[in-house]
Design a binder for this molecule. Structure first.
Ligand SMILES: [Zn+2]
Length: 87
């Protein structure tokens, strides 16, 4: 009996989420996650901990700012001081 070996690995998912409105901006699949490849190697580690959250499932949330929040911040710079705000 022919037995097919499963070599396919479940890719790791990286969710880019807006840290203000928590909307998902993008999702990427990675065979292997190298945070350095995502451009976080230049961040101080305390900042990296805030921006990158790894779940037990292997999925990673990366907190960024979406376009609508970015333009809101641009129009209303006072919001820079607030962690959460309503659109
Ligand atoms: Zn947002």
């Amino acid at each position: 009996m022919f037995k097919q070996y499963q070599t396919r690995r479940v890719p790791m998912r990286v969710h880019y989420k807006c840290k203000h409105c928590l909307s998902t901006i993008a999702q990427l699949n990675h065979e292997r996650l190298n945070l350095d490849q995502l451009g976080f190697n230049h961040l101080p580690s305390d900042q990296k901990e805030v921006m990158v959250k790894q779940h037990q499932s292997g999925d990673v949330d990366v907190l960024v700012i979406c376009e609508s929040c970015e333009s809101a911040l641009y129009k209303f710079p006072v919001y820079h001081e607030l962690d959460h705000f309503i659109h």
